[in-house]
Write a protein that binds this ligand. Structure first.
Ligand code: MN
Length: 292
């Protein structure tokens, strides 16, 4: 055992990459082309994260079909647009029109039936959808929405001046001058940052030890800890005190995500994510009999 003497500061342990997941081209909804970066399986569980998709295309035919009416139960969906417009409409009459830079944080809870449809017939569509699980006690909560327009998310200069951090969820330490994003107070305490930096920049941020964390590089190339990660690859981080990302020659953009693991059984059937098979059967029954 190595006991640091009183007053001696222990060096921060940088989280290192444990696994690299390449985005895999697929399609979902009504023929929308996307990259499935991560998807929960019993062998690959980034608890509480369930899924990450990136959609990025200039071809209308890749996105025009959108995501017509479909249900969700038992978790949260986070949609983050970079380019293009997407309209969300659900069975309770909620509407949310997402434009470039906007975020919609939807707690599906006991059930939402909604559509997510592009509001353009040409031009670029680029964004992400992330699914985050809910603990058993919140899976049947009433659905809730947080529509967050881009200007209400803080855009903070990196300490070395190499770029910016958009603080979407949780608090960014910003050295010793913390800056909170609009999304706070969730049981899983998610942090979500969108970072862009020029060449040879550094992003260094404390993350709660024990929380699940990953970095998704979506443009350029960077060192995550000591490992080189190319565009459209997700780096799963091992445990430690902080995440460190260093950009190489060009512009680099990446998402940083962390959250507290829930540690409960996950039973997923498409858009329903519950704890037991019986709860899944109930969800299917409720959906089929119009009880959402
Ligand atoms: Mn959906």
């Amino acid at each position: 055992m190595n006991h640091p003497s009183p007053g001696q500061k222990r060096a921060l342990a940088v989280r290192q990459v444990e696994q690299v997941l390449p985005g895999r081209p697929t399609h979902d909804g009504a023929g929308v082309k996307l990259l499935r970066v991560y998807s929960y399986s019993p062998d690959l569980n980034l608890d509480p994260f369930l899924m990450l998709d990136e959609f990025a295309t200039d071809e209308a035919s890749d996105y025009i079909g959108g995501f017509p009416d479909h249900p969700h139960r038992g978790f949260e969906t986070v949609t983050y647009m970079l380019d293009g417009r997407m309209l969300h409409q659900d069975h309770m009459g909620n509407r949310g029109d997402l434009g470039p830079g906007d975020v919609q944080w939807m707690t599906a809870g006991r059930g939402v039936i909604h559509s997510e449809m592009p509001q353009q017939t040409e031009g670029r569509m680029h964004g992400f959808q992330l699914w985050i699980n809910l603990p058993s006690g919140e899976k049947m909560c009433p659905p809730a929405y947080r529509d967050i327009p881009s200007p209400s998310m803080p855009m903070v200069d990196l300490l070395d001046g190499s770029g910016t951090v958009k603080v979407i969820a949780g608090t960014y330490s910003n050295g010793l001058d913390p800056i909170s994003g609009p999304l706070q107070g969730m049981t899983t305490a998610p942090k979500m940052f969108d970072v862009q930096m020029g060449a040879h920049g550094q992003f260094l941020e404390p993350l709660t030890p024990g929380h699940t964390a990953f970095v998704y590089v979506y443009e350029g190339e960077a060192l995550v800890g000591d490992e080189r990660i190319g565009a459209r690859h997700l780096a799963v981080l091992g445990d430690g005190d902080c995440v460190q990302v260093t950009s190489l020659e060009g512009d680099t953009r990446f998402l940083v995500l962390s959250a507290a693991p829930i540690g409960e059984p996950v039973v997923q059937y498409g858009p329903f994510v519950m704890n037991t098979r019986e709860e899944i059967e109930q969800a299917v029954r409720h959906y089929q009999t119009g009880k959402f």
